[in-house]
Design a protein around this ligand. Structure first.
Ligand SMILES: Nc1ncnc2c1ncn2[C@@H]1O[C@H](COP(=O)(O)OP(=O)(O)OP(=O)(O)O)[C@@H](O)[C@H]1O
Ligand SMILES: [Mg+2]
Length: 384
């Protein structure tokens, strides 16, 4: 029994998008992973002679290579998407080939969403079967909804049913994604228990069910900091293999991540590449890490941490914003003045307490640091 996607109404709560060019308006601002990296995925598939689990587009080995990067025998370069421990990626990919679902857990900005999208793209060739979890996510977003016009006109039938992204993934043997699982109310979360343990989704109104086809699995993401909002029930947690994504281990690793992503984003926004930007990136990353860790990189000075998360993701935004400033209002070279305002915005979330923390850090650490005079001045200028 299969659910066809011939129903034209949007899936409830799902974000499945229409083809990007539906209105003939041009390139999508942010293409899906499977489109953005279509060339790499095709090259990997062509070289992939290892066994593939049912309905997988690639073998687990090729999926891991897609995420971690590498060079194929014909010289095709696969760019790294995730920078971090190889083992984490291997465990995540392997989990998807088992009957357990995958839960990516971590503090904000540790690439949970990013990894989830790329895994779905590499495994199923489609990262769009997505449910965005919020406090208002209804059961229909995970199960199915109805096209009310059809329902009223013809009564409950398969054509009046609007499948959720999860139902479609089950019927088609694909990877479904649930973002921010722990924000979803507990009783709605529990809808997933039957789906994940029985691999079936009953439709009592029709006396039918949708049985998951081989190849179906689910990737959920959850934020460490949300813990306690709607803690996962232990019954649901048992259905998941949890993989914790860590913060980047060193300044260098984090600088590498930021530089790579900024380069990619900059190219998609047609920003000119900034020569020597790496020094400014290192400075942003250092400031963020020191404030996050509550201690300077040399371990000598304790500093207070502000309320914001100062994640890698925020460092990426600050640098991208700085590059745009440099490109449009400067000479294209990333300078302290281009990132100072962005840093201030990321650090000072609570105007009273965070401002004090920032001023202390500025005077006690930034001012004293060799080679940071320009940066200190730029920060003082925007701090007012
Ligand atoms: N280890 C990493 N490797 C590659 N990219 C990373 C890494 N850490 C962070 N990023 C980048 O950070 C950005 C944000 O990541 P993402 O949105 O996936 O974080 P998240 O963990 O889902 O955060 P949140 O909890 O706020 O939803 C992405 O552009 C991603 O490329
Ligand atoms: Mg996320």
């Amino acid at each position: 029994m299969s659910v066809t996607a011939d129903n034209t109404s949007a899936a409830p709560g799902g974000t499945h998008s229409a083809p990007a060019d539906a209105a003939g308006t041009g390139e999508p601002l942010r293409p899906h992973a499977e489109d953005a990296f279509a060339d790499e995925l095709t090259a990997l598939a062509a070289h992939d002679d290892r066994p593939r689990p049912p309905r997988w587009k690639l073998s687990p080995w090729a999926v891991a290579t897609y995420l971690l990067g590498g060079t194929l025998p014909d010289g095709t370069v696969i760019t790294p998407k995730y920078v971090g421990p190889r083992r984490i990626v291997e465990v995540a990919v392997t989990t998807l080939a088992t009957d357990r679902a995958l839960l990516l857990l971590g503090v904000p900005g540790t690439a949970k969403t990013w990894v989830s999208e790329h895994l779905a793209a590499a495994v199923s060739g489609d990262s769009t079967l997505l449910v965005q979890g919020t406090a208002g996510t209804p059961e229909e977003a995970i199960r199915y909804g109805w096209n009310y016009a059809q329902l009223l006109a013809n009564g409950p039938s398969r054509t009046a049913l609007v499948p959720s992204p999860v139902m479609r993934a089950m019927a088609e043997g694909m990877t479904a994604r649930v973002e921010e699982l722990t924000r979803i109310p507990a009783d709605v979360q529990d809808t997933l228990i039957t789906i994940l343990s029985e691999k079936t989704l009953p439709i009592p109104e029709l006396g039918q069910e949708v049985q998951a086809v081989r190849g179906f699995n689910l990737i959920a993401t959850a934020n460490d900091r949300d813990r306690g909002v709607n803690e996962l029930s232990s019954a649901l947690r048992r259905r998941f293999n949890t993989v914790v994504l860590p913060l980047p281990a060193s300044v260098e690793a984090e600088v590498d991540i930021v530089a790579r992503r900024v380069d990619q984003i900059g190219r998609s926004l047609d920003l000119p590449a900034a020569p020597d930007g790496i020094d400014e990136i290192r400075r942003v990353v250092t400031v963020f890490r020191e404030l996050r860790d509550g201690i300077t990189a040399d371990g000598r000075t304790k500093v207070k941490s502000p309320s914001g998360t100062l994640s890698t993701a925020e460092a990426i935004s600050v640098v991208t914003g700085g590059l745009a400033l440099a490109a449009h209002f400067g000479d294209g070279v990333l300078r302290p003045g281009d990132v100072a305002a962005g840093i201030l915005g990321a650090v000072v979330r609570d105007p009273a307490a965070d401002r004090v923390v920032w001023q202390e850090y500025l005077e006690a650490v930034v001012r004293e640091r060799e080679g940071w005079t320009d940066f200190y001045r730029a920060c003082r200028d925007v701090s007012g």
